[in-house]
Write a new protein. Structure first.
Length: 279
């Protein structure tokens, strides 16, 4: 069953029929909260390959933003029954479940909701070179709207208003859902600070898309350690779907390297490590 059909089934049928089983089910132990176009679904399924991890009904549940009105029992219905978790724990020595919704990352309302309902949740943030992330998102737009302005046009219009980043509030975060926010989504430090203000650093784990792609085994080992799971070597790492499209103009790339440089430096200083991005 495709992910779209799964969502239709769980949002309409299971909401009304199986939602009553919510109290018998567990809430997640971890959430991959971002970021968009960074390969979060692939990494989620890698985590779920571990024998101690039980998957949610589907990826990108979106409860804490667009589906919050459906209620906590509906959200619980996305996860395993308590008995299932207990059975796994008896067999494997540990058992957890979780979900991934990359749109949470820039949503301060979702962050507050998660902190209130799941104060001990373990958060995972996957970050991609913001230049590649922006271009990938733009190409998605082109695939849907062939008459879209050029990437350079979008960048030129946005770059003049994003040089200093933006203070993200509950009133303005919707700008992240607009087509002119390619650069804004890549100023990761401003989004990360929302979560760092609500959760202790021990509950936030950041890693890069590039490290996951270049050495998935070592990267996933670090994720499993963070989740307090027994050692496990991924047998079939999920690969992020790489669509073929026209390479970015070299001058545009140079411009974006300079644009993101100070923001990336702030990010690296804040998390205490650097990623293999152009700087």
């Amino acid at each position: 069953m495709s992910n779209i059909l799964k969502k239709i089934y769980w949002n309409f049928y299971k909401r009304n029929i199986f939602g009553i089983s919510g109290p018998l089910r567990v809430l997640p132990d971890f959430i991959i909260i971002g970021s968009m176009k960074c390969g979060t679904p692939s990494r989620y399924y890698d985590i779920c390959e571990h024998p101690c991890v039980s998957a949610a009904a589907y990826d990108e549940i979106g409860f804490f933003d667009s589906n919050f009105h459906l209620g906590l029992n509906w959200y619980r219905s996305m996860f395993p029954r308590k008995k299932q978790i207990e059975d796994i724990r008896r067999k494997e020595g540990a058992a957890i479940t979780g979900e991934d919704t990359p749109f949470y990352f820039w949503n301060p309302i979702a962050a507050k909701r998660i902190q209130k309902i799941l104060p001990n949740i373990k958060l995972i943030i996957i970050l991609r070179n913001p230049i590649d992330r922006a271009y990938s998102e733009y190409q998605d737009l082109v695939s849907r709207e062939s008459n879209s302005p050029s990437f350079e046009t979008f960048i030129e219009n946005e770059i003049n208003t994003r040089k200093k980043g933006i203070i993200i509030t509950e009133e303005n975060f919707e700008i992240f859902n607009q087509n002119d926010s390619y650069l804004l989504k890549g100023i990761y430090i401003d989004q990360l600070k929302i979560w760092a203000g609500l959760f202790p650093k021990e509950q936030i784990f950041t890693l890069s898309t590039e490290s996951l792609n270049s050495d998935p085994t070592a990267s996933m080992e670090s994720v499993f350690q963070y989740l307090n799971l027994p050692d496990y070597k991924i047998k079939k790492p999920q690969h992020q779907k790489q669509k073929k499209y026209t390479p970015m103009d070299s001058q545009t790339r140079k411009l974006l390297i300079e644009f993101f440089k100070p923001h990336n430096e702030r990010l690296f200083k804040f998390i205490g490590k650097e990623f293999d991005w152009e700087n």
